[in-house]
Design a protein around this ligand. Sequence first.
Ligand SMILES: [Zn+2]
Length: 196
Amino acid sequence: MATDTNGAPNDAEAPAGGSTEIAAAAAREGISALPAGTTHAQLFAALQASSSSSRPAPACRLLSTFPAGIRDNGLIDGDTKNKMRICCLREGCGSLVLLEGIAAVKTSAEAGTTPRLDLPDKPSHTLLPPQAPEGVSEDMWHAQGNAMIFENVSFTKAVDGKGLKYLACGECELGPIGWTTVEQQYWIVPNRVGYR
Ligand SMILES: [Zn+2]
């Protein structure tokens, strides 16, 4: 049983504003269930632990862990928008690609031409599953808008003279995870990204 051995009221000796600022920072960081009697040092340690710069990104789930795949209720809302955040699936990276509610499910047939992602002279990273065979339509994430809709992504230079650019993780360059051929239209391959 943890008890406060010195018996001092927790905030009595806090410098003016100090505890309020830390509490506000804790609220911003989503720390809510700190036990009563938490000291400033403990609170500060909790903030350090939760700061994105000092902790590894949370693990991302693979598409294969959702029973119904991209159409799983855990992944899409009523408008078929992504319910979970889309992130890099590389263990130890997990960089955030898209926030929730940005992309919607469409078939690759709706994209028109589906570029090949696994090229003989430039194969995809081995962490990424093979792309569906040519001509086979599959469910994709579709997002539109300027590049600011992404949290972190990298684009290749146009590769074919027709504006085709591949998308990759903005942090570790794992890719291709998708492509864009028409300005402000992005297609992301669901099993080449993770979810959290
Ligand atoms: Zn990454």
